[in-house]
Structures are given as C-alpha cells and as structure tokens.
Design a protein around this ligand. Structure first.
Ligand SMILES: Cc1cc2nc3c(=O)[nH]c(=O)nc-3n(C[C@H](O)[C@H](O)[C@H](O)COP(=O)(O)OP(=O)(O)OC[C@H]3O[C@@H](n4cnc5c(N)ncnc54)[C@H](O)[C@@H]3O)c2cc1C
Length: 303
C-alpha cells in the first residue's frame, strides 16, 4: 500500500506499482486558536500546499512565505521537512495528526518528536510507511522576520517588490519570481519544470571532510561556493558538484536531461523512469569518482 499526496516527490517505476495507492484528497484550513503572537492553523493533509501558503500570506501571517510555490500537498510537507530560501517547515509545525497503521489508532505527534532534519523526518526514513498524515497544525506569527537567504535578500530590494505590503506578501512575490526564473514552479508550458524539483540533496559534511573537498577543488582550479553552516556541519552545493562533474545545464540523455536553468533539476523529456534513473546514476558515479562525494536522491523511487 502506498500513500500519495500531489505526487511531486515520487518517481514510479516503468512497470508501475502493483498494489493499493491511496491519494489523500482532504481539504480545508481551520483556525485552531489565536495567541499573543499569531495564529495556529490546522490544514488538512490533502490541501494544496501553495494554496495554504497563500492563505497565510493574505492574512498577513508569517512563517511559511519562503515556502511559496512548492508543489504538492500539506500532508507531504512534514515528510521531508520541506525547505526553501532559508525557511524550513519544522520552524512552524506544532504537531502532525496521523493514523498509525501499526497501532490502528489516530494520534497527534508534536513537531519536536518528528525527528525533523535537513530534508528528512521520522516519516521519510526511520518509520517510512507507518503513518498516514491526516492534518498538520502550524503556528504562524503576526510579526515577520527579515529574509536570511542572500539571493532572496537581493531580490527583495527590487523596486517592483520593495513597495509590496504586507511583508509576507512581498516575500512570497520575490520567492515566486526567483522560482519561476529557475523553472521551479510547475507549468505545463515550461519543459524545464517537468521535474521532481531538486533531484539530489545538498551533501552535509563535517569540517574535516569539507576541508578535504575544498583542497581537492582548489587543486583542480575550482572555487566552491561558500558552504552553508548546518549545526556543527556544512551543506555543500550539490548543483556545483553536478555541473563540475560534467553535467551542464541543458544536457540531454535520451528521454531525460538536466534543466537549462538549474543543474539540480533532472527533467523528464518524454522518456521513461529508467532514462531518468540512468542519468541520475551516471551523475552520482561521476561526482563520487571526481570529488569522493556520495550524492543522495531526494525524491522517492517507487517500485
Ligand atoms: C518543481 C518542484 C519544485 C520543488 N521544490 C521543492 C523545494 O523547494 N523544497 C522542498 O523541500 N521540496 C521541493 N519539491 C519536492 C516536493 O514538492 C515536496 O517534497 C512536497 O512536499 C511533496 O508533497 P506531495 O504531496 O507531492 O508528496 P508526494 O510526492 O505525493 O509524496 C512524497 C512522499 O510523501 C508521502 N506522503 C505524501 N502525503 C502523505 C500523507 N498524507 N501521509 C503519509 N505520507 C504521505 C508519500 O507516500 C511519499 O513517500 C519540489 C518539487 C517539484 C516538482
């Protein structure tokens, strides 16, 4: 049995899946309670994620505006602790109400017990398949903090955006504009957007491994973009590794390819799942042999 939300982070094998697939299609947003700082909103798992973000932004509530334009459902969001432009879902998730298939009961799991990490949670790895997410409770704030992500900070200074009010709406407008420029908002007219978003997660290295990688890059005449701190570790740009392993933007391999706008987005050019996975394997092999880094796939392959 498989649970499906919007299907934006899964790849089905060409042979299909022999078994029951349940697509969660519940809808609705409810105000759970108002606090001194903002509001707690409960959103049904099947509700379109970006419609929820827009709802929050229009109500001048902040906390999820950087996650604008991410396809899929609200129930899919806790699975990999969705994140973008310096914001992660874990920062606002109060709790996740689930059906526990083992205990055959409905329970509420506090956000602090979801084991959220960079593109992961207990739902994605340790207990994959155990819980069906029914709804998610988010705590949104009345005040909004300034963006942290350099590219977004620059975009916010654009005269077409700097005059927009309220602040969460300005951030949403900036994020959607950045995402569209990278084909990271799905559109049937844009072949570069027929993807699962980022195909690989950014590798997380400790200080010693990072120093080794930087030395290796330097000896090849390459300067890596600054690694992003992640606790005691550092996040390295997977896109940089992919491009410098020889897989440039716009590369075509049969029915699959690399987006012309973003080296991390592998796109479906009318081919098969096998085409896509074969390109992914080729990239992983080359990055490993050139840089000693094992790339991890972000979407889930379902056989
Ligand atoms: C163009 C594009 C851009 C993207 N950009 C980003 C980004 O910036 N940041 C980011 O983090 N992700 C991004 N993604 C990935 C994806 O959109 C998110 O991971 C999204 O949250 C997946 O939601 P979904 O409903 O489509 O899940 P699906 O793809 O349907 O499912 C993904 C996994 O979640 C499980 N699942 C889904 N719903 C439930 C439920 N109710 N209960 C239990 N399990 C469930 C499924 O079983 C599966 O294991 C992008 C994808 C695309 C196509």
């Amino acid at each position: 049995m498989r649970i499906l939300g919007g299907g934006s982070n899964v790849i089905f094998s060409d042979a299909g899946f022999r078994g029951l697939v349940i697509r969660v299609a519940t809808r609705g947003i409810e105000l759970e309670r108002e606090t001194n700082h903002g509001s707690e909103l409960r959103v049904q798992a099947g509700h379109e994620w970006d419609a929820f973000v827009e709802h929050c932004v229009r109500a001048n509530l902040s906390g999820v505006e950087c996650l604008s334009g991410i396809p899929g459902t609200a129930g899919g969001v806790p699975i990999q602790n969705v994140g973008a432009y310096g914001q992660e879902a874990k920062e606002t998730i109060v709790s996740v109400r689930v059906y526990d298939r083992n205990a055959k009961s409905i329970i509420s799991i506090p956000g602090t017990e979801c084991e959220f990490g960079y593109r992961t949670s207990r739902f994605k790895h340790r207990e994959a398949g155990r819980f069906i997410i029914l709804d998610v409770l988010f705590a949104l704030r009345n005040d909004s903090s300034p963006p942290r992500y350099p590219e977004l900070i620059t975009k916010m200074q654009d005269p077409a955006i700097s005059g927009i009010s309220p602040h969460p709406l300005a951030v949403r407008t900036a994020v959607l504009s950045l995402r569209k420029a990278k084909s990271m908002v799905h559109s049937a007219e844009d072949p570069d957007s027929i993807s699962c978003g980022s195909f690989f997660t950014n590798p997380v290295l400790d200080a010693e491994s990072l120093a080794k990688l930087e030395a290796k890059m330097k000896s090849s005449g390459l300067t890596m973009p600054r690694a992003y701190p992640d606790g005691h570790n550092f996040k390295v740009s997977a896109a940089f590794l992919v491009e410098n392993a020889g897989f440039h933007k716009g590369l075509v391999r049969g029915g699959a390819g690399v987006s012309t706008k973003h080296a991390l987005a592998l796109i479906n050019r009318g081919g098969t799942a096998a085409d896509l996975l074969s390109l992914a394997d080729e990239i992983k092999g080359e990055v490993l042999s050139r840089f000693g880094i094992q790339l991890e796939m972000e979407p889930e392959y379902i056989v």
